[in-house]
Design a protein around this ligand. Structure first.
Ligand code: HEC
Ligand code: HEC
Length: 200
């Protein structure tokens, strides 16, 4: 009886320790490398660097593989992420993706241009038939939270999202699905959508 009790206490201590390690200390790679640009816990302040906190693990994993094999080749990917991702192993990519996915995402502040954000919301939920732009919510989710290989967009920097839409359109960033979605989108549509998404 006493033995069983001690074993249970031992297990509880180990579990408590593991739980506190997970909440208190970011992995070394995140602390020493990624946080320099993506901010502590993946919450960056500069719109040059996308926020990673609360992003979908599968999406993060896939992007890191695409930086490593250089198939995501827009200019900022080349300048900043090719070098960083080059030496990462599959195991490091998997664990760092799970770490950032487990962080709490930030929610955006109220939009500085509410009328523009309202126009973006309309496109996000209903698409734009005239320009063959589909409803984004159908894939990215009603809260723009993403799922699997489809990224969260809510709370991301507007300038970062705007740049990605432009790079998909010019095909500097490869992705057949997103190329088709943005082909006839105007700059004004993209500005409205990203104003809305950044405020979510
Ligand atoms: C020197 C600055 C810098 C460092 C260090 C850095 N990044 Fe990045 N990262 C960037 C920039 C800039 C982008 C945006 C690239 C683009 O616009 O295509 C980016 C994009 C990403 C993306 C794509 C996000 C998305 O929403 O598509 C992921 C994932 C990522 N970084 C993960 C990491 C991880 C993990 C580390 C640490 C191992 C890291 N980064 C270190 C600058 C950096
Ligand atoms: C058919 C599904 C689908 C629809 C509809 C869709 N997307 Fe996407 N979107 C994706 C996928 C998949 C990716 C990931 C692309 C990759 O792996 O590079 C993505 C990526 C993105 C990114 C890049 C995010 C990042 O962190 O770099 C943005 C921005 C984006 N979508 C915006 C939109 C907007 C705005 C709409 C509506 C006009 C939309 N998407 C409609 C599937 C979709």
């Amino acid at each position: 009886m006493k033995k069983v009790f001690l074993a249970a206490v031992g297990l509880a201590t180990v579990l408590a320790h593991a739980a506190s390690a997970a909440t208190e200390s970011p992995p070394k790679l995140a602390r020493e490398v990624c946080s320099k640009c993506h901010g502590p816990e993946g919450i960056s302040q500069s719109p040059l660097f996308p926020r990673l906190a609360g992003q979908q693990a599968e999406y993060l994993d896939q992007q890191l593989h695409q930086f490593r094999d250089r198939s995501r080749g827009d200019p900022h990917a080349q300048a900043y992420m090719w070098g960083v991702a080059g030496p990462l192993t599959d195991a490091q990519i998997k664990s760092i993706s799970e770490y950032y996915a487990s962080r709490k995402p930030v929610h955006g502040a109220a939009p500085s241009d509410p009328a523009l954000a309202a126009k973006g919301k309309e496109i996000f939920f209903n698409g734009l038939e005239a320009r063959n732009v589909p409803a984004c919510a159908g894939c990215h989710g009603e809260q723009a939270e993403g799922q699997g290989a489809i990224p969260r967009l809510a709370g991301q920097h507007a300038d970062y999202l705007y740049r990605q839409l432009r790079d998909f359109r010019s095909e500097l960033r490869e992705n057949e699905t997103m190329h088709a979605n943005v082909q006839s989108m105007t700059d004004d549509d993209a500005a409205a959508l990203t104003e809305y998404l950044a405020s979510q």
